[in-house]
Design a binder for this molecule. Structure first.
Ligand code: HEC
Length: 149
């Protein structure tokens, strides 16, 4: 008899706890997180060729925000040096080993400017410090600069 009562109390306790916790959960249920993957996919660039190193504009953006934004803007405004916006494809007048020349800001020029900033210096430009960028990082940054039209 005793054990039956105990069982009954036990069942009632478990039931009421279940109801309580379920009800409680419903009210604190947070709205599900925004579908991050989708937004990333929407802005993702087409996958690079299989044999190419993975240089993604997204990685480049992170690097620029961390290391370059103090001196370069991405919105066209002039800061200490050129804005990175619209830079790709522009004509630059640079000084290379004391000689002035005109170059197109193509991938090679941008890579060199990032990895070896004193090789070609902008005419009337300032001095950019060597940022010790790895090639993969510089490539990602160039991919990012290309998106800043
Ligand atoms: C301390 C300031 C400073 C930082 C930090 C800096 N730069 Fe520069 N950068 C300059 C200056 C000044 C110039 C112009 C000098 C030159 O090229 O003769 C320049 C030039 C350049 C150029 C050539 C611009 C042109 O108009 O042709 C590129 C590309 C560039 N920087 C990219 C970067 C990237 C990418 C980073 C981050 C990894 C970076 N810079 C970090 C100051 C800076």
């Amino acid at each position: 008899m005793r054990s039956k009562i105990a069982l009954f109390i036990g069942v009632v306790t478990v039931l009421s706890m279940t109801i309580f916790t379920c009800g409680g959960k419903k009210t604190v249920d947070k709205p599900s997180a925004p579908p991050k993957e989708n937004t990333e996919k929407a802005t993702a660039k087409p996958a690079p060729k299989a044999d190419a190193p993975a240089a993604s504009a997204k990685d480049g953006e992170k690097l620029v925000m961390a290391k370059c934004i103090a001196c370069h803007t991405i919105d066209g405004k002039k800061a200490m040096s050129s804005s990175l916006k619209g830079l790709f494809g522009q004509e630059r007048t640079v000084v290379t080993k004391g000689k002035e020349r005109k170059v197109k800001a193509d991938e090679a020029y941008l890579l060199k400017s990032i990895m070896d900033p004193t090789a070609d210096t902008l005419k009337n430009g300032g001095i950019m410090p060597d940022m010790a960028m790895k090639e993969a990082e510089a490539k990602a940054i160039v991919e990012y600069i290309k998106t800043l039209k």
